[in-house]
Design a protein around this ligand. Structure first.
Ligand SMILES: [Zn+2]
Length: 80
């Protein structure tokens, strides 16, 4: 389970701009994903009734640890 404090959403003018999270592999790096509809690539962040975050599509770090995972309902699912 990803603690909620590890997910930081940057807001500007009522709009979610980006989400930052600590890489779940433990490498200590921060991943920043854009949420704005007009940027590419972009991600969508949703919270369920229990405030558990989900991200779509999957997160794939092209550099560093090259982690590739899904975040669904606060849980990290690793891709092969
Ligand atoms: Zn990592």
């Amino acid at each position: 389970m990803l603690p909620r404090r590890d997910l930081v959403v940057a807001r500007h003018d009522q709009e979610d701009w980006s989400v930052g999270l600590r890489c779940p592999c433990g490498c200590g790096e921060t991943i920043e994903l854009m949420l704005l509809p007009e940027v590419r690539p972009r991600w969508s962040l949703t919270l369920d009734q229990l405030d558990r975050p989900s991200l779509s599509p999957s997160v794939w770090r092209r550099t560093g640890c090259r982690s590739h995972f899904w975040l669904r309902c606060g849980r990290v699912t690793w891709c092969e």
